[in-house]
Design a protein around this ligand. Structure first.
Ligand code: AMP
Ligand code: TRP
Length: 323
């Protein structure tokens, strides 16, 4: 059997945070040895919200650098910019014409937007269709994502199956891959970690900023001597992502026993986060020092991505009567 095609994307709407790392980047890096992996910087998706050209460019390069520093290996995986293969927007249009409006009205990004009383752009509304195009343009088998993206991969599956019934087997039907233990990383306030909630810890946070954020994690008002509940604590939930099981068990016991204040536990969490990413910092600094390295990686990625995408779009054009 041929190696599975693995594909995922990340939006350059800011600097990647721990939710991105554990939900998508680390699983993606693990997949790069188990198949034919494609990862892209979803700049068309980011354009739903980022309308400052310099900022969009800066975020796009920053996300790529973070991903490479964390272990994405351009020799084993293809890293490319979504907009370097503009045929994806052509496929998105074709899929749009097969997408029932209620399917999108049901999608959570749009519903969240509406529930806040904001007027969504048509781009935000159609966002899951562009995501389906991303996945289907590369004949992807497996899509590693955090839990919040599961619904979008299901939309993709529905659209692929519908198109296959209408035009013959033109699309590979993808499967989401979600790592259950890190499917939803929580943020500083106990909600899902998300740029839009302002509760993130970035992967490459400066030392002082990281300390400040960790020390600012929201807790209840239990005193030092009080017994504390590890099950509802954001400190423990985040610590679990970094520390070995025995260290987590010790922290849980100490929570229950009382006698140690939250400040002490937060310091322990800070050290665990800082030490985990320390080796990647060096690598990031090296990559950032020479912009030509990233330019080369992205140019090569674009070429490899196009080599897969162009035959697929041609197949779709022919099957749909657009050629
Ligand atoms: P985004 O920043 O929305 O482009 O997300 C990129 C990837 O990170 C997607 O696969 C998301 O599911 C994942 N992700 C984002 N936030 C979290 C979170 N708090 N927990 C787990 N995964 C997340
Ligand atoms: N929509 C995804 C997110 O917000 C990013 C993304 C765009 C993506 N296209 C994709 C993820 C294709 C997986 C596959 O996180």
């Amino acid at each position: 059997m041929a190696a599975p095609r693995i594909l995922s994307g990340i939006k350059p709407t800011g600097r990647p945070h721990l939710g991105n790392y554990f939900g998508m980047m680390r699983p993606g890096i693990e997949w790069q040895d188990r198949g034919d992996a494609f990862y892209f910087i979803a700049d068309y998706h980011a354009f739903t919200t980022v309308h400052q050209p310099e900022l969009l460019r800066e975020y796009s390069r920053g996300v790529a650098l973070d991903f490479l520093a964390c272990g994405l290996d351009p020799a084993r995986a293809v890293l490319f910019r979504q907009s370097d293969v503009p045929e994806v927007t052509e496929l998105a249009w074709l899929l749009t014409c097969l997408t029932p409006m209620p399917m999108l009205e049901n999608c959570h990004a749009y519903k969240d937007h509406q529930s806040k009383g904001k007027v969504p752009s048509h781009g935000l509304f159609a966002y899951p269709v562009l995501m389906a195009a991303d996945i289907l343009l590369y004949d992807s088998n497996i899509v590693p994502v955090g839990r919040d993206q599961k619904q979008h991969v299901e939309v993709t599956r529905d659209l692929a199956e519908k198109a296959n019934r209408m035009f013959g087997e033109i699309f590979v039907v993808p499967t989401p891959s979600i790592v259950q233990t890190t499917a939803t990383v929580i943020g500083l306030d106990g909600q899902k970690m998300s740029k839009s909630y302002g509760n993130t810890i970035d992967i490459f946070e400066e030392e002082k900023a990281l300390r400040k954020k960790v020390m600012g994690i929201v807790t209840d008002s239990a005193a030092v001597e009080d017994s504390k509940d590890p099950a509802t604590s954001s400190i423990v939930a985040l610590y679990r992502l970094f520390a070995p099981e025995s260290d987590v068990a010790l922290m849980e016991d100490q929570f229950r026993a009382g006698g140690i204040g939250y400040g002490e536990f937060k310091k322990r969490l800070f050290v665990a986060i800082w030490e985990t990413f320390a080796p990647f910092r060096q690598k990031r600094a090296e990559l950032a020092a020479d912009p030509a390295i990233l330019d080369g990686i992205l140019a090569n990625g674009a070429e490899r991505a196009r080599a897969v995408a162009l035959p697929v779009i041609e197949r779709v054009r022919r099957a749909t009567g657009l050629r």
